[in-house]
Design a protein around this ligand. Structure first.
Ligand code: APR
Ligand code: PHB
Length: 390
């Protein structure tokens, strides 16, 4: 097989990249280990930044999003006995949109079908070759068990945190940074109308809680739990009691409505950055290059921002102009580190620490970002998203 761009991974990064390249007349083939159904049903985060939505609109991918996404002006930040609303539109001139990554993935899959995109699902044994030449290739075994080789001019690793692309950058040029956290999230999906108009991020001595949502009838919640917590330790009753306490049921007349829980899982948290995001004819985008903890919902938005830079850079490269491709890694990493800092900052401000000194610092920081316009604007600007190319 031969194509211009071989894309490893059919998550949001890989499918969006193939879409943007196709719009520029560049041909690609996407290779994916999982099935199309599996990839389109994974439950992930649910907040899109203004710049993500603007890009999806410009790419013609936002018809359903424009009908179904719920625009939010901001978030609620709270701690016991106090809840504050931060209005991002007033503070930063931008809003965010509630639209599950699962829904975006379905839209990307539909668009790939509509344009006849070559996506090879259920492959095995992915291996990258000759990345330092201008004839790189990817070998794999297809679902029928046949060994195949895809030759390309460029290979893009969009294969998430466990794919082979990141480590295809040789160890002597690759630098990584990592931060692990002492806690995880128990994530819950429930068939119940949200009990809030906009997301609630709650600091509580028992641990952080987040009230998010997917639609008018489906809510998403998270509870801070110790690492390696078995999901069975949290019965439905314990989950709802924990959420009621941490989110402040009964506080100033606010009530949490409960409903049937349809999914629950424990999600570990880490920060990870691997650079450079380009080596020879290999480029990395999305989770393949960086992981952020989910507080602040940056992961998907950061992946979209990478791809927004990479698509025009590859188009230019394939037409003989190297400048943007040469600048890609440094340009993308500016935003990656900004989002890495913001996600770490939101995480460490909101997750309860056993250290009493840390707790006082967290509460002081929360009071500052909810009472000072300068503090609130900093949070709003980062949460609602810096412009692409920041
Ligand atoms: N060969 C081919 N595909 C692979 C391989 C491999 N060896 N290994 C992994 N993949 C696929 C995965 O099955 C997955 O579908 O790569 C895809 C990577 O997709 P994502 O993990 O969704 O990563 P990305 O597209 O960069 O999207 C980033 O996902 O994890 C969230 O917070 C993150 O929301 C952000 C988004
Ligand atoms: C989600 O809805 O899944 C979500 C929302 C906001 C976050 C993290 C996750 O900060």
């Amino acid at each position: 097989m031969r194509t211009q761009v071989a894309i490893v991974g059919a998550g949001p990064s890989g499918l969006l990249l193939s879409h943007l390249l196709a719009a520029d007349g560049i041909e690609s083939v996407v290779l994916e280990t999982r099935s199309e159904e599996y990839v389109a049903s994974r439950i992930r985060a649910g907040i899109l930044e203004q710049s993500t939505v603007d890009l999806l609109r410009a790419a013609g991918l936002a018809d359903r999003l424009d009908r179904e996404a719920d625009p939010h002006r901001g978030i609620h930040l709270q701690w016991p006995h106090e809840r504050h609303h931060l209005d991002f539109v007033e503070l930063a001139g931008r809003q965010v949109f509630v639209y599950g990554q699962t829904e975006l993935q379905k839209d990307l899959v539909a668009a790939a079908h509509a344009r006849g995109q070559d996506v090879v699902y259920e492959i095995d044994d992915t291996a990258l070759h000759d990345l330092e030449t201008d004839r790189p290739s990817v070998t794999f075994t297809d679902s029928g068990g046949t060994a195949r080789r895809l030759e390309a001019e460029v290979v893009v690793g969009c294969d998430g945190s466990f794919g082979p692309s990141r480590t295809a950058v040789p160890a002597d040029v690759r630098r990584t940074w990592e931060r692990t956290y002492d806690y995880s999230w128990l994530g819950i999906l429930a068939d119940v109308a949200p009990s809030t108009d906009e997301l609630i991020y709650a600091w509580h001595p028992d641990g952080f809680a987040l009230h998010s949502m997917r639609s008018a009838t489906v809510s998403r919640f998270y509870l801070q739990v110790p690492n390696d917590t078995p999901v069975e330790e949290w019965s439905e009753d314990r989950i709802w009691e924990g959420l009621a306490t941490r989110l402040g049921h009964g506080q100033d007349g606010w009530e949490l409505t409960t409903g049937p829980i349809t999914d629950r899982s424990v999600l570990p948290m880490r920060s990870h950055v691997s650079q450079p995001m380009r080596h020879g004819r290999l480029f990395l985008a999305g989770d393949a290059a960086h992981i952020v903890p989910p507080t602040g919902a940056k992961g998907l938005n950061l992946a979209v921002a990478d791809v927004a830079l990479l698509a025009p850079a590859l188009t230019a490269l394939l037409r003989g102009d190297h400048a943007r491709a040469d600048a890609y890694s440094d340009t993308a990493l500016r935003r990656v580190w900004r989002c890495t800092h913001f996600s770490w900052w939101m995480t460490t401000m909101l997750h309860t620490s056993p250290d009493p000194f840390d707790r006082q610092l967290q509460l002081s920081q929360l009071r500052w970002v909810t009472s000072s316009e300068a503090g609130a604007t900093g949070l709003a600007e980062n949460y609602a998203g810096l412009p692409i190319g920041f």
